[in-house]
Design a protein around this ligand. Sequence first.
Ligand code: ZN
Length: 182
Amino acid sequence: MREISNKIENKINIINQKFENINNKMSEIDTKFESIFNKVVNQNQNNTKTQNDIESLLRMLNTNNNSVFSSSLNNLRNDSIIEFRGFKMRADVAAKFIKLEEMIKQEFPGRQIIITSGMDGQHMPGSKHYEGKAIDFVVEPLTIEESKKIEELAKKAGFDVYNEYIYDSPYKTGPHMHIQIP
Ligand SMILES: [Zn+2]
């Protein structure tokens, strides 16, 4: 009996060791990836091909790890137009939105947070959407009452907010939150 439990303990130790190795490798990969990313970004920001590379890298990061994504965003010019969650917007808007998303997740764990519009779509003439400075998003599910809390968090994150869960607009396409930077 004692012998069996010793054997099991040994196996568990081996497994733990393997996990530790995997974790170490993962952070090595993270670091390598970041340095490659920084190289690509620094090469030439105005080069169209590079811009496409950056976008595809961002798209890839976007599906993986938010923290790597944010640190990569820091290396872009604020007014660089990037694709984030399938929508075009300025890099600083995406970075701010990631922060807001963390705040929303804390307040409403388990809710879905979905961007519904960036630079695309129909908006008011002169809308910040066309400059990449505005995005629309929804939180699901969400009551009208709760939308006021989201409004508050978005302001805290540094956005100007138009709560279209409550207020109507001529271009209203359904209940959502419109946020923009000045
Ligand atoms: Zn909007």
